[in-house]
Ligand binder design. Sequence first.
Ligand code: ZN
Length: 171
Amino acid sequence: MLKIVFAPDPILRQTCEQLEQVDEHHRQLIKEMFETMYEANGVGLAAPQVGINKRIFVIDAGAREEIKKPIAMINPIITSIKKSLSVYEEGCLSFPGHYAELERPDEITVEYLDIDNKKQKLTSNDFTSRIIQHELDHINGILFIDHLSRLKRDIIIRKMKKYKKELNQSE
Ligand code: ZN
């Protein structure tokens, strides 16, 4: 199991590096990221959330369903975005217990490498689209709280600081 980095942490604010190609080491990391994500009952996990500064994330819109839909994306880029927006409640494994409604585009198309170094393209307009946008933010050092008002953001950060302090005290 990998250790999930909780906010606030400078690791979560870095712009991650591109991979030249996916090797065995990365495939092992991706396998462990999926295990960590499922264990934490999440639907997405980006490499910086486990302290790795690489443009990698894993998602599974069916993580809480019977049929799993795991997707690992490497070096993803958004190639098209539809203008229509919708509001949806998001959480984040780096902010345990915190959720907030925020607006994002409905439909995106993303190109990425899969674990076999093959170029893939995916268009989605559902929960998957939402998760991809959240995870893409992570590899650019952006967090879901950045989409909220300053007031809401400050409240969550203050609570997270307190939470992290309590964790350290109990260790
Ligand atoms: Zn997140």
